[in-house]
Design a protein around this ligand. Structure first.
Ligand code: SF4
Ligand code: SF4
Length: 108
């Protein structure tokens, strides 16, 4: 397997510690507005999360965020509670494509 070979997602949730609110786009927001997903929009407005190098912080008091608030645990693996309408950055993330993912292999 090389660095370009697709890897399967092990549903560990580590990428969901980084790729959420800080990278939500205007298109994501518009889609959620059209879908009347007030539940998601409320979370976005409330958390104001930003990426602080290796973890998410809430800009409201600097509270440590233990990953995306839309991540849920199902026994020994995680799932996205808004999978069908998750942010584009989450759709685009390829398992193993960054050091965030335990499947990452640097074969330079
Ligand atoms: S870090 Fe990799 S294996 Fe874990 S959930 Fe994300 S894509 Fe899947
Ligand atoms: S929206 Fe879903 S896929 Fe994206 S970071 Fe949150 S839990 Fe993970």
């Amino acid at each position: 397997m090389n660095a370009r070979t697709p890897r399967s997602c092990k549903r560990c949730g580590k990428c969901c510690m980084a790729d959420f609110v800080a990278y939500v786009t205007d298109e994501d927001i518009k889609r959620w507005q059209q879908e009347e997903r007030e539940d998601i929009l409320r979370i976005i407005d409330h958390e104001h999360a930003f990426w602080a190098g290796d973890h998410l912080l809430s800009s409201e008091g600097g509270r440590y965020l233990r990953g995306c608030p839309l991540l849920v645990w199902e026994g020994d693996h995680c799932a996205c509670s808004i999978y069908d309408t998750r942010p584009q950055v989450c759709v685009d993330f390829i398992p193993g494509s960054s050091e965030l993912c335990p499947q990452f292999e640097n074969l330079k």
